[in-house]
Design a protein around this ligand. Structure first.
Ligand SMILES: [Zn+2]
Length: 212
């Protein structure tokens, strides 16, 4: 049993036992660490050029990059939703080509996120919804579409309880709350031990990211 929690989504470059999420411009891999690379929906304010996509592709195929993202859509920030949709679609196609899962940032856009993937015919690409704060109905729908759900310091307890333990991930994101504390809070809401949450979420993350 792995005693260390696996932090599925963090922007902390110093993190270990974690998937470190960076933009292509900040990708400087260190030995023994794992990354996800993508263009955050907040930074889609202008149309991205070929050079941006070339760099993204170059980083995405690196062997320490185990997932694409964070990418996605945000109704409250970033470019017009149409532009965000195009950028997200590009990430999905890249993920499909490389056989890697996608770390998704979605704020009030879960229907759109699922629709983009469906329209592209890429339902085989696995989505991990990070910073899951939506309610249990949205959670159910995402789960029915095969998504993993990653919970951080704040979440809707009913959505958590809706999530099967084998699809559960935990994360710190940009929050100062230590990942152990997130695990403990999740455990309390599920009525299981913190050790069980740490062990299972770590197994889930490694399976999804294909870490041996
Ligand atoms: Zn993030």
């Amino acid at each position: 049993m792995n005693p260390y929690p696996f932090d599925f989504h963090t922007h902390c470059l110093k993190a270990t036992e974690a998937l470190i999420s960076v933009s292509p411009h900040h990708f400087t891999p260190e030995p023994g660490k794992w990354y996800s690379v993508g263009i955050h929906p907040w930074y889609t304010t202008e149309r991205l050029g070929t050079a941006d996509y070339d760099l993204l592709e170059q980083c995405a195929s690196h062997q320490q990059v185990l997932a694409i993202g964070e990418t996605g859509m945000d109704r409250r920030q970033g470019a017009d939703l149409d532009i965000q949709r195009q950028v997200f679609a590009h990430h999905l196609q890249l993920a499909a080509a490389l056989g890697k899962p996608v770390v998704v940032h979605s704020v009030k856009t879960s229907q759109e996120v699922l629709a983009v993937r469906r329209t592209l015919g890429l339902t085989d690409v696995i989505l991990a919804i990070h910073g899951m704060r939506a309610n249990e109905h949205v959670a159910r729908q995402l789960l029915d579409e095969g998504c993993y759900l990653s919970f951080g310091a704040r979440f809707n307890p009913r959505a958590l309880q809706e999530t099967p333990i084998e699809r559960l991930l935990i994360e710190s994101d940009e929050n100062p709350t230590p990942i152990e504390e997130v695990a403990a809070t999740v455990a309390t809401h599920l009525g299981v031990s913190t050790e069980a949450v740490i062990s299972q979420t770590s197994i889930n993350a490694r399976r999804l990211l294909q870490i041996p």
